[in-house]
Design a protein around this ligand. Structure first.
Ligand code: C5P
Length: 234
């Protein structure tokens, strides 16, 4: 029962502002992607990491992996990504060799997820869940709105009870056959892999996520990520 991690890292990171592709921006002097790769490889259960690189950047990503110290017991593959996140994840899944029956999908944009969270997701899959997502309760109340096209006020449609909501993170963990079937069946664009499994009518479970698994999306997230790293290095 071997575990592989797929890391989609082919996004441009437009919301972060101008500059290099998001995964190649540095945190504490090290590219975000390397942090994310280490976060997966630091789990003793993970023996293969598949990095999905920008289609025109596979050589650059390969040399980046070669240039950094990574656990020796882990294998690494780099494959070209696609137009959207889902295409990139599918490219990563297609590259998995036989023998890996648990698959993690982890965003390069969550570089600081602690290894205990990774291990908890893997354990839940090995205990029999077909799809596992780490998630946290919300601080904010969430409203569903009718999105406005012109930036004007947006009518509120509903306010789901906050106590029942969770903000989901990655790595999400899957039984490999289930993940492959989800990606072969669901064609509309979704923002997380577990929702594709839900669409198959299969059970998805949530385990506790971690504050430090937040997604680096906007410039303020870079400030927070640097602060978390500085605290770890103390
Ligand atoms: O855009 P978003 O923040 O949802 O991206 C989540 C992850 O998906 C990032 O790690 C990004 O690099 C990746 N991605 C990708 N291929 C794309 C778009 C996003 O691998 N075409």
């Amino acid at each position: 029962a071997r575990t592989a991690a797929v890391i989609p890292a082919a996004g441009r990171g437009v919301r972060l502002g101008p500059g290099a592709p998001k995964a190649l921006r540095t945190l504490g002097g090290t590219p975000m992607l390397i942090h994310a790769v280490r976060a997966m490889a630091n789990s003793r259960a993970v023996s293969l990491v598949v990095v999905v690189a920008p289609a025109d950047g596979t050589a650059e990503v390969k040399s980046l992996l070669d240039a950094h110290t990574l656990p020796e017991r882990t294998d690494f593959l780099v494959v070209p990504g696609g137009e959207n996140r889902q295409d990139s994840v599918r490219a990563g899944i297609d590259a998995l060799p036989p023998g890996y029956d648990t698959v993690l999908v982890h965003d390069a944009a969550r570089p600081l997820v602690p290894v205990d969270t990774v291990d908890a997701v893997i354990e839940a899959v090995r205990d029999g869940a077909v799809a596992v997502v780490p998630a946290l309760p919300l601080a904010d109340t969430v409203k569903e709105v009718e999105p406005s096209a012109d930036g004007g006020p947006e009518p509120v449609l509903a306010t789901p009870a906050r106590a029942r909501l969770r903000a989901v993170q990655t790595p999400q963990g899957f039984d490999r056959a289930t993940l492959v079937r989800a990606h072969a069946t669901v064609t509309e664009n979704v923002t997380d892999d577990a929702s594709m499994v839900e669409q198959l009518g299969l059970p998805v479970v949530v385990v506790p996520g971690h504050e430090e698994a937040f997604k680096v999306t906007r410039p303020l997230d870079l400030v927070l990520a640097e602060a978390v790293l500085a605290r770890r290095r103390k």
